[in-house]
Ligand binder design. Structure first.
Ligand SMILES: [Zn+2]
Length: 177
């Protein structure tokens, strides 16, 4: 037997229309299960109403209000710390994977050798890079410079805005918790 919507109506009769109340009464006459629910629920309500209300300790509301800001601040702090922790762990995992893959593919001797080579060659490489850069920079017309710098500026603006909005959102979430 389907007891809906009577099961729901049983638990909150305050919102029922007179028609619904009559329907519910008729159903209760024929359905022992719903009658049982109704009696049990009435008992619970009587119990709840018969328990004396306890007054909150003096100054409870004020203390609650005062500590609210502090609790929100702490929640925000915890959230930020969690985000930074996740970020740090992800970076560490990526770094470890990279290091592991390099170590697996090369021997320590080759490693040390290439490090030494990089250090020794660095001045020459830098010099070469500077020549290459100067050569190409001289070839770029001034208009392209203006274009490139405006594109870079626009991108930086977009990144800054997105970052600020993301921070604000997380900040807000922290306050809501
Ligand atoms: Zn029923």
């Amino acid at each position: 037997m389907n007891h809906q919507p009577f099961e729901t109506w049983n638990l909150d009769r305050t919102k029922l229309t007179p028609d619904q109340q009559t329907e519910l009464a008729r159903h209760l006459e024929t359905c022992p299960e719903c009658r049982h629910t109704a009696t049990a629920w009435e008992c619970v309500q009587v119990e709840i109403k018969s328990v004396p209300q306890v007054k909150a300790p003096v100054g409870f509301a004020t203390r609650f209000q005062n500590s609210l800001a502090e609790r929100r601040r702490q929640a925000h702090y915890r959230q930020t710390r969690k985000m930074l922790g996740i970020l740090g762990i992800s970076l560490l995992v990526i770094f470890l994977l990279l290091a592991a893959s390099i170590l697996v593919r090369t021997s320590p001797a080759a490693w040390i050798g290439s490090i030494i080579r990089i250090i020794v060659d660095a001045p020459f490489n830098l010099l070469e890079l500077r020549f290459i850069a100067a050569f190409w920079l001289a070839k770029i017309p001034p208009l392209a410079w203006i274009g490139a710098s405006s594109v870079i500026t626009a991108w930086m603006l977009v990144f800054t805005l997105t970052g600020a909005l993301t921070y604000k959102r997380f900040h807000h979430q922290g306050e809501l918790r």
